[in-house]
Design a protein around this ligand. Structure first.
Ligand code: ATP
Ligand code: MN
Length: 453
């Protein structure tokens, strides 16, 4: 039997005069007098392989000349050096087997370019397009690079629960979980349960046993915000490190971003070049810049001072104590510094109870990383490791201490300074691909009023 090969491997190897089989889908067909050109894509890479199907093939008139976009085929032939410009090799077919037809009258993906909005309405077919296929490959590579980064640094991956009974951000934006017909019975889990909004609290448990851990999994927020940067279901990367302060946390986040972006620059260059051309002009230079530049570091108080000094009219007025809005974050990173900005030391009043209270009596050791085009991509903090202060903060926040007794135990027994952050995986994929809408970078987006497939 002839070896089956994926197109990416064929193009990388640059070998010719070998027989092989490819499996894929027709993108286009063009007939000349004595043969047809078939452009075949198998999803392994952006490039198609050009196939030459001669008139002499037994199913030429019956089938090959009827092939159209979307038909699935298995083709065996000889790989030859191509005389044509723009490609090194072409496949001279010995056999073209049609596996599945795709009626050109009804198949929605014709040769013309479709808008990303239209493609969203056919989320079961859109991965067959160049752009969405490329996003999917870059997303996969970023996921690999994230795991690679942590594993290289001796982090242990922990699978934190998806169903949880602790709401770490404060009530309101959690989806509730219940069994069918539960209303009249005892709750399935004994108490109110929901889909996790963050794996942080559970990651802290493991950090205080294994030292360096990370979770990377799905996260859910029932916030009713229909923006280009929010999903109801998204993936989050959350490292948690024992014996680590805010400076160490900032360094880890910076290293992670630089590592994964430089990985995709190296390993997804063909897909990124497509985005640079059609999605965000200058994308490659932007990513290269982030890998090479130092990130700017300012405190929240400095950010407020800077923002009050500019002529820009903001929708939300700037004053000390406000939560930075997306417009403020983007002004800092896009207009003022034109590079990633780490903002630290936010007012305690706008941040959750677990962030470490600072000696100034009004701020916590929090940090957000802001990047151009997105705004906040990372949110993190050093955690409060002192039992009495944590208890005090919980009382102030109106949090039931009995419910979090296990969390307080971590401070009762062998407490250590520790820190961590959440990196929104889709925001990372957005940043790497230049996609302006987050719905383009997750296979099946879930947003208010919308969850097809
Ligand atoms: P934002 O202010 O942008 O709504 P947040 O401060 O609520 O975000 P965190 O609770 O700090 O977000 O979550 C950590 C990270 O998870 C964020 O920095 C962001 O990258 C990502 N993230 C948060 N909410 C969403 C969402 N709804 N969809 C996609 N990613 C999100
Ligand atoms: Mn945040």
């Amino acid at each position: 039997m002839v070896e089956k090969m994926r197109i990416q491997r064929i193009l990388q190897q640059k070998k010719t005069d070998i027989s092989l089989t490819i499996e894929g889908w027709i993108r286009t067909r063009r007939d000349t007098g004595s043969f047809s050109f078939l452009e075949v894509n198998d999803g392994s890479c952006l490039a198609n392989l050009q196939v030459i199907a001669e008139k002499e093939l037994e199913n030429y008139d019956q089938e090959i000349t009827k092939l159209s976009a979307g038909c699935s085929v298995v083709i065996t032939g000889d790989l030859k050096k191509s005389p044509a410009k723009g490609q090194d090799v072409e496949l001279h077919a010995d056999s073209v087997k049609v596996v599945g037809w795709a009626d050109p009258e009804t198949y929605p993906l014709q040769k013309k370019r479709h808008s990303l909005e239209f493609l969203r309405s056919i989320s079961h077919l859109r991965p067959r397009t160049n752009a969405l296929g490329a996003v999917t490959r870059v997303r996969s590579r970023l996921s690999f690079a994230v795991n690679n980064f942590f594993q290289k640094r001796d982090f242990v991956q922990v699978h934190t629960p998806i169903i949880t009974t602790s709401d770490c951000e404060g009530a309101g934006e959690m989806f509730q979980v219940s069994a069918t017909g539960e209303k009249n019975e005892k709750p399935f889990f004994g108490s109110r349960a929901g889909l996790t909004v963050s794996g942080q609290l559970q990651a802290e448990v493991y950090a205080q046993a294994l030292g360096r851990v990370y979770t990377f999994g799905p996260t859910f927020r029932a916030e009713n915000s229909n923006t280009s940067r929010h999903l109801a279901e998204f993936w989050m990367i959350e490292p948690e490190v024992a014996f680590c302060d805010l400076a160490c946390n900032m360094e880890l986040a910076t290293d992670l971003l630089k590592f994964v972006l430089s990985d995709v620059l190296e390993n997804c260059s063909e897909d990124l070049a497509l985005f640079d051309k059609f999605i965000e002009k200058g994308l490659l230079a932007k990513l290269q810049g982030v890998v090479e530049q130092d990130f700017v570091h300012i405190t929240y108080t400095e950010a407020i001072e800077k923002l009050t000094g500019v002529t820009e009219k903001f929708e939300y007025p700037v004053k000390w104590g406000i939560d930075l809005q997306s417009e403020h974050e983007r002004y800092l990173t896009e207009k003022m510094y034109k590079c990633p900005v780490i903002v630290t030391d936010y007012p305690a009043s706008i941040k959750p109870f677990y962030m470490r209270f600072s000696d100034d009596g009004q701020t916590v050791a929090a940090m957000d990383i802001l990047v151009p085009g997105i705004g906040e991509i990372v949110g993190g903090s050093q955690r409060e490791e002192r039992l009495h202060i944590l208890e005090q903060r919980m009382i102030e926040a109106g949090i039931d201490r009995d419910e979090y007794d296990w969390y307080l135990d971590l401070r009762r027994y062998g407490t250590v300074p520790h820190a961590g952050f959440g990196l929104g995986f889709e925001r990372l994929v957005q940043f790497a691909t230049g996609m302006s809408n987050i719905r383009e970078v997750i296979p099946f987006p879930r947003t208010p009023g919308y969850a097809p497939c």
